[in-house]
Ligand binder design. Structure first.
Ligand code: DC
Length: 224
């Protein structure tokens, strides 16, 4: 079996539980875990930290190309470093989250990050999660899942995550931000968020994380 097909591709909107679930599915299968959203976050953080003009696509592309990005799984979770600096927490701030759309719609930026993602996948069996994994990054993946949940449910989950990190948020405002971010992901010209024709739709609204993990592991074992 070739490396490219030993991929579990998980796509879906913000707050559907992709990261939590994908990491645990990877652990259960003994696969590597690839959080592609962290890459778009890291590129956005770097552009902000260096004062790059967020309206200048070429400058954003150059900044992304020059970025030295490392993502390691540690016992306490994923550690992300950019140019040697630990940015694990910094890439999750509301400011970075709000501004990612400036980069994630630039084809040159996406090309650079998609190349990184494909190289990662070539190294061995991988569970990758994002917005365009089944459609663009690994279209040949044999196991594709589109993980969705209602907007209210996704807002509740994101609010709980933020609260756990000491960043409590106003529910209505967060709901609106998530709705807007989804809208931007779904309507951008390059690699919009959509379910691949051969992806299995899993609605996690009324499921626990354990139930989703079990369902995905079963699906992966059946397909790979
Ligand atoms: O999954 P996340 O919330 O960490 O992703 C952050 C943003 O990155 C998300 O709003 C859209 C973008 N993204 C993307 O465009 N393509 C991906 N494969 C992953 C994330």
């Amino acid at each position: 079996m070739s490396g490219a097909t030993q991929i579990v591709a998980i796509d879906g909107p913000a707050g559907a539980g992709k990261s939590t679930v994908a990491r645990r599915v990877a652990e259960r299968l003994g696969f590597a875990f690839l959080d592609t959203g962290a890459m778009y976050r890291a590129a956005t953080w770097r552009a902000l930290a260096r004062g790059v003009d967020l309206h200048d696509p070429e400058a954003l592309e150059a900044s992304t190309r020059d970025m030295r990005l490392e993502m390691d799984e540690t016992p306490s979770g994923q550690r992300v470093t950019v140019d040697g600096e630990d940015v694990t927490a910094a890439i999750r701030t509301p400011e970075v989250t709000r501004l990612i759309y400036r980069l994630d719609q630039i084809p040159g930026v996406r090309r650079i990050l998609v190349d990184h993602q494909r190289r990662f996948g070539e190294r061995g069996p991988t569970v990758a999660e994002g917005r365009d994994i089944g459609t663009v990054v690994f279209p040949a993946a044999r196991c594709k899942i589109f993980l969705d949940a209602s907007l209210d449910c996704r807002t509740r989950r994101r609010a709980a995550e933020l609260a756990a990190k000491g960043m409590p948020a106003d529910f209505e405002q967060l709901r609106e931000e998530i709705r807007e971010r989804d809208e931007k992901s779904r309507t951008r010209a390059d690699s919009p968020l959509r379910r691949a024709d051969d992806a299995v739709l899993v609605d996690s609204t009324d499921l626990t994380a354990d139930q989703v993990v079990d369902a995905l592991v079963a699906l992966a074992r059946e397909r790979l």
